[in-house]
Design a protein around this ligand. Structure first.
Ligand code: ADP
Ligand code: MG
Length: 246
């Protein structure tokens, strides 16, 4: 593909918590429509990296560009940035006292002051997209974990993000519910959504990722095409990690 449009660029980013350097020198670019899967051992910095990209954490150094614009958390409106960069977490955090439909409508109504009827139609469309049309009027407590996570994805999409970040979206799910969530994410990828996904689902990474980035001790050790990473990793640390998890 020619004319790549840069959506996210992280340049020499560092992040410390107190004295502890958690991200050491992260440089990463994600172009429009690309899916990057982040893999690596627990504690390697995956969550911190995507939280920094969504400005839930404040980087200690380096730069983050969203759609080519360097974002300064002190000057820029982070609410606007987060509308562009949606995030889905391991735990869905749906509002328990609101119906599925109300959960999806909440952010556009409050943050964007969107039109109520339009927002409702859009929410219904998103519910259909994640395969939960029949659940619009139920409360989250009556849903399975996989259904809750699909609602969480729909809720995030309701803000019409340009980029979606996922932090282990299936890790809290019973094994039999993982597939439906991965399928929803795969569908999003096929529609051209730009995504960074932290996951331990290596089959998904092989199938859906344009790029796989392996993180170790706060660095991206290696980033390559999935077949390269899984069949012929350049770095010994990548090989060791894959031998442990595959
Ligand atoms: P991963 O998602 O790859 O498991 P994390 O980004 O969660 O890794 O964590 C990387 C390191 O940063 C870990 O050593 C973790 O203990 C530390 N860390 C993460 N968040 C905080 C925090 N809020 N305060 C202090 N240390 C943190
Ligand atoms: Mg994590």
């Amino acid at each position: 593909m020619e004319n790549k449009q840069e959506m996210i660029r992280v340049q020499n980013m560092k992040k410390s918590f107190g004295q502890v350097e958690v991200l050491r020198d992260i440089t990463l670019q994600v172009n429009k429509g690309e899916v990057v899967v982040l893999i690596g051992a627990s504690g390697s910095g995956k969550s911190t990296l995507i939280r920094c990209i969504n400005f839930l954490e404040t980087k200690s150094g380096g730069e983050i560009f969203i759609e080519g614009k360097s974002i300064d958390p002190k000057k820029d409106d982070l609410t606007k940035v987060r509308q562009k960069v949606g995030m889905v977490f391991q735990h869905f955090n749906l509002f328990p006292h609101k119906t599925v439909l109300e959960n999806i409508m909440e952010a556009p109504l409050i943050a964007k002051k969107a039109d109520k009827e339009e927002t409702k139609q859009e929410a219904l469309r998103l519910l259909q997209k994640v395969g939960l049309s029949d659940k619009s009027n139920v409360y989250p407590s009556s849903l399975s974990g996989g259904q809750k996570q699909r609602v969480a994805i729909a809720r995030s999409l309701a803000m019409k993000p340009e980029i979606m970040l996922f932090d282990e979206p299936t890790s809290a799910l019973d094994p039999e519910l993982v597939g439906e969530v991965l399928e929803t994410m795969k569908q999003l990828a096929q529609e051209g959504m730009t995504m960074i996904i932290v996951t331990h689902e290596m089959g998904f990474a092989k199938e859906v990722a344009d790029w796989v980035a392996f993180m170790n001790q706060g660095r991206i050790v290696e980033m390559a095409r999935p077949q390269e990473i899984f069949n012929n990793p350049k770095e010994e640390r990548t090989r060791e990690f894959l031998n442990r998890v595959l």
